[in-house]
Design a protein around this ligand. Structure first.
Ligand code: TRP
Length: 453
């Protein structure tokens, strides 16, 4: 229970509520969603099992796990390099993730102070408020600082247990709010169109860049490819079942992402919103329905509080990757590791915090398949999610499938679960052939420039 909760807390975050809806919108829904779901099933779930088993088997951080399990096996140093790539990716992702997470803090204050209500009644007002907020460098730095401070504080104190207890209450609450909102939007005129947009694929809309983005996002949303699940796996008890944990986490994460889309798109289609700045819909679209419901200020305040918490349980897992490396491999104490790595990421995050300001940059965040001109923020997100995470995941799959023996991986996967029979064969096929082939083919087709926009 503790492990599943912590790992689901890592997986469920801004990837589900902020990023997935807007990249789905930019990639025209249907076909993109289908590729994303396929990527979760064929690539994401098997790699999550691989990461957890590598962590639990080695009881090490991302770098140490590969060094230990790869010792004396072919390719030695390459595998350790994957660990270092993971730590680097964690550093990069946290630096900009914290900036977006900081926006939720502003909205909590805005909602409870009552000011959000006035803005929400005029969608245009909300957009210009948000644009002004992004363009205010001090506000950006302040929010980023507060969020990094909270993240470092939790890792510094090692209050995993406290977070677990809070998650037990807050995650179901977030879930409930989403269910209530989904129930509400089902009565709006845009609901049918939203569902059609999500689930009726038109493959002509799909580009190679879009496929790469769906793949990259399946890694991002499941916290894969940088050793976060590996690090959490190193704390997992031997009597808990890895397969069951993987299925639960993948299901919850996907369900929440889809629900967020249904809610946001129903509103967008019902009220004919202009969505050119789609990367901001979590902050400019959602409040509009809150204030159509009784108790709008309460609901929206609570909602952004829960989003902030979901983001915090994700940022903790990212900082944990970087700091557990420093603790194990550099021999630092937990406090020193949390403070030093956290401070470095905080400073590096200024680059992102200061680059979200241009209205132009905003509309071009995460440019699909193009070398980015969208500022530091967009470039880092593009590089980390679309390239570093899939490449990390590819090598994790190769390691688990080809370097570990069948007996080694089978023992670890069956520990806490009992005999796996045929499903072990299925996992091993996916991790040896299907996952590497899919990731490899997508990477190659993008490099070759297939169907570029
Ligand atoms: N999965 C989280 C989200 O969807 C973000 C996250 C946490 C993450 N840990 C990670 C992404 C590790 C990549 C790798 O918001």
């Amino acid at each position: 229970m503790g492990f599943v909760l912590a790992a689901a807390g890592s997986a469920i975050g801004l990837g589900n509520l902020w990023k997935f809806p807007y990249i789905t919108l930019e990639n025209h829904g249907g076909a993109f969603v289908l590729v994303y779901l396929a990527a979760i099933a064929v690539v994401g779930a098997p790699i999550m099992a691989a990461e957890i088993l590598l962590g639990r088997k080695s009881r090490r951080n991302a770098v140490g796990a590969f060094a230990l399990l790869g010792a004396g096996k072919p390719g030695g140093v390459v595998w350790t390099a994957i660990g270092y790539l993971g730590v680097t990716t964690g550093f990069i992702v946290l630096s900009y993730y914290s900036v977006v997470a900081g926006w939720t803090l502003r909205y909590i204050v805005l909602a409870f102070s009552g000011a959000l209500g006035g803005l929400a009644h005029h969608p245009g007002a909300l957009e210009s408020f948000f644009g002004g907020f992004l363009a205010d460098p001090w506000a950006q730095i302040l929010c980023h600082t507060l969020f990094m401070g909270a993240t470092v504080g939790v890792v510094f104190l090692g209050v995993g247990k406290g977070i677990e207890r809070a998650a037990k209450l807050l995650m179901p609450l977030l879930f409930m709010i989403l269910v209530v909102l989904a129930g509400y939007v089902a009565t709006t005129p845009g609901f049918g169109r939203a569902v059609g947009f999500l689930f009726r694929p038109t493959f002509a809309d799909l580009t190679a860049g879009g496929v790469l983005e769906a793949l990259g996002h399946s890694f991002f949303t499941l916290s894969l490819g940088m050793g976060a699940m590996l690090t959490y796996g190193s704390y997992m008890r031997r009597r808990d079942s890895i397969p069951r944990a993987v299925l639960t986490i993948c299901f919850l994460d996907t369900f929440i992402a889809i629900m967020a889309c249904v809610i946001m798109f129903s509103i967008i289609f019902s009220f004919d919103f202009e969505v050119s700045k789609s990367s901001t819909i979590l902050f400019t679209t959602i409040p509009v329905i809150f204030y159509k419901l009784p108790g709008g200020a309460m609901i929206s305040g609570l909602f952004y509080l829960l989003v902030a918490f979901a983001a915090l349980s994700s940022t903790i897992s990212i900082l944990e990757v970087v700091s557990s490396y420093a603790i194990d491999e550099l021999g630092w104490g937990r406090r020193r590791a949390a403070l030093t790595t956290g401070a470095a990421i905080w400073v590096f995050g200024f680059l992102s915090a200061l680059s979200v300001g241009g209205v132009d940059a905003l509309s071009k965040i995460n440019p699909i398949g193009r070398a980015s001109t969208a500022g530091v923020f967009g470039t880092l997100d593009y590089l980390a999610s679309n390239w570093f995470l899939p490449v990390g995941g590819l090598f994790i799959a190769l390691f688990a499938g080809w370097i570990l023996t069948a007996a080694e991986s089978r023992d670890e996967l069956e520990e806490g679960n009992g005999p796996l029979a045929g499903s072990f064969g299925a996992w091993r096929f996916l991790i040896r052939f299907a996952a590497p082939a899919a990731v490899g083919a997508i990477i190659v087709s993008v490099i070759l420039g297939a169907e570029y926009q």
